[in-house]
Write a protein that binds this ligand. Structure first.
Ligand code: ATP
Ligand code: PRP
Ligand code: NIO
Length: 496
């Protein structure tokens, strides 16, 4: 990705939580900064009570890491921070260390546009613990949000099928970056175009749009408004017909459409933005067809989401272009994906790995140790199951068994004779980028292809089928032993 095209031109290195920097200071001060560690990024539940998630945001992580360094003014700012006692938080030698710091980690990640599931590492980072720790917050920030929005767009795409979705969300988005990256993720998830011109420029997304009510209201009559628009822009005429009386508006649009036709142009369509969209689209279609505008589109907007669109379709609405804004770019019904970033292993003094795990009373919050990879098994028609395995100690065998980390009674045997693919691929090696971000069109196609390979049940909106994802049995058993060990240690400590 060309960084000159990036939204922010200044250093984003401080785009992290303060505690990452205080821990970094601690690692540096205690001589642990260079200790090799492995962290995994994963989430625990699919958003929107759905059955899948679309991975998105890796391109921005790569861009962020390409020239990760502390700028002079970043360091000058850090030098002003003080602790509770009023003394400087960071000593000058640490800031000098940060000035020289360069990114040297290995990153493996699941490519954008891949369908992913809870517990699967979407990104794995290996390197000096100080660097891995600093990156927790920006990685989560970028991947959580874009994966959420790409998933929402894919869900809307499931309902509209091949009809285009125009993403209109910028005005209601969560700030500037929330608007721009939402447009990117929405396009990857399946939208056909965005109204967001900057996103179009930055990411090569098609831009499209109609006009607002203010255009109609600025003329004495609706006819004048349509006519003037048609004169100025005869090749881009989708008339907004609902400013005063929708069906009367359609009739006026038709009259202007006839004039356009006489001049050799085509009225592209009309837009409905209020009222009963099912009824109005059906009546508008009748009027348009009767006047010979059978290929004029009916675009609808107004707080649409996958559920309203589903209902409109069930009511026989004849809408064939969907303008979707607020509920898509803000992920209205679930405003965050709960992706987390957990330490999974740390290099010990004898050169091996000490596997690490976070305990919790809730099974879903117990992290999985290991240098993890995800193996997806499939046949020529569909994806069958995913195995999370450890690349160092518990490699998949012939006839490996996967165990559901939430329910050890749920198991499945997978044979290596089935075809499989390891999903995490190398992105950085020793700080050097070794992966080329594919063109956005390819990523968008990947979503479509991936979704096509899953059983329909996982795409259901209510009570979706749960796709089988499990830990390779050796890793599962190891994790269980580690949990028991940690729990015993804990109770021993409590007894003392
Ligand atoms: N036939 C329909 N079935 C289900 N939902 C619909 C139907 N027609 C419209 N809607 C949805 O109902 C909601 C209507 O919202 P609201 O009452 O705020 O809009 P309105 O009064 O029609 O227009 P506005 O307030 O934008 O001028 C929107 O989310 C819209 O998408
Ligand atoms: O409804 P969304 O999915 O967010 O789609 C974008 C909305 O933005 C515009 O509305 P506008 O800002 O004029 O507000 P209004 O239609 O609610 O009055 C447009 O007419 C759509 O209704
Ligand atoms: O082009 C449009 O019709 C549009 C753009 C942004 C928001 N609502 C509508």
């Amino acid at each position: 990705m060309n960084s000159s095209k990036s939204l922010y031109h200044n250093s984003l290195t401080l785009l992290t939580d303060l505690y990452q920097l205080t821990m970094a200071y601690g690692y540096w001060k205690s001589g642990m900064a260079g200790k090799e560690a492995v962290f995994n990024m994963f989430f625990r539940r699919n958003p929107f009570q759905g059955g899948y998630t679309i991975a998105c945001g890796l391109a921005q992580v790569i861009e962020y890491l390409q020239d990760l360094r502390f700028a002079e003014d970043d360091l000058a700012y850090l030098a002003t921070l003080r602790g509770n006692d009023g003394q400087l938080l960071f000593e000058p030698a640490f800031l000098e260390y940060l000035q020289e710091l360069r990114f040297t980690c290995d990153i493996d990640a699941i490519p954008e546009g891949t369908v992913v599931f809870p517990q699967e590492p979407m990104l794995r980072i290996k390197g000096p613990i100080l660097q891995c720790q600093l990156l927790e917050t920006p990685i989560l920030n970028m991947i959580n949000f874009q994966s959420l929005i790409a998933t929402k767009a894919a869900r809307i795409g499931q309902v509209v099928k091949d009809e285009p979705i125009l993403e209109f969300g910028l005005r209601r988005a969560q700030g500037i970056d929330g608007g721009v990256t939402a447009s990117r993720a929405a396009y990857i998830g399946g939208c056909a175009a965005t109204s967001n011109v900057l996103a179009g420029k930055l990411y090569g997304i098609p831009v499209k749009g109609t006009h607002a009510h203010s255009w109609i209201m600025s003329f004495d009559t609706e006819e004048d408004a349509f006519e003037t628009y048609a004169e100025v822009m005869p090749n881009n005429c989708v008339f907004l017909v609902d400013t005063y009386d929708t069906l009367e508006g359609v009739k006026k649009a038709i009259e202007v459409g006839k004039k356009l036709r006489a001049k050799g142009y085509k009225m592209a369509g009309i837009r409905l933005d209020s009222g009963d969209l099912a009824y109005l689209s059906i009546e508008s279609r009748k009027l348009l067809d009767a006047a010979g505008f059978t290929d004029a589109s009916i675009l609808a907007s107004n707080d649409l989401d996958e559920h309203i669109i589903f209902s409109l379709k069930n009511q026989g609405a004849t809408i064939n272009v969907w303008g979707v804004g607020t509920k898509l770019v803000t992920a209205y019904d679930q405003p965050a994906l709960g992706g987390v970033y957990k330490l999974a292993a740390i290099r010990n003094t004898s050169g091996g790995w000490d596997y690490k795990l976070k305990l919790s009373e809730q099974a879903i919050k117990i992290s999985t140790p290991g240098i993890q990879q995800v193996r997806r098994y499939f046949n020529d028609k569909e994806f069958l199951a995913d195995m999370i395995y450890d690349t160092e100690s518990f490699l998949p065998q012939q006839n490996s068994t996967i165990v559901d980390p939430m329910d050890y009674t749920k198991r499945r045997k997978l044979t290596n004779t089935e075809t499989f693919e390891d999903l995490l691929i190398p992105v950085f090696r020793q700080g050097q980028q070794v992966y080329t971000v594919p063109p956005i069109e390819d990523t968008r196609l990947r979503v479509k292809h991936q979704l096509g390979m899953f059983h329909e049940g996982i795409k259901r909106f209510s009570n979706p089928h749960i796709y089988p994802v499990g830990l390779e049995k050796g890793l599962y058993d190891f994790k269980t032993d580690l949990i028991l060990q940690l729990r015993n240690l804990k109770s021993e400590t409590e007894e003392v």
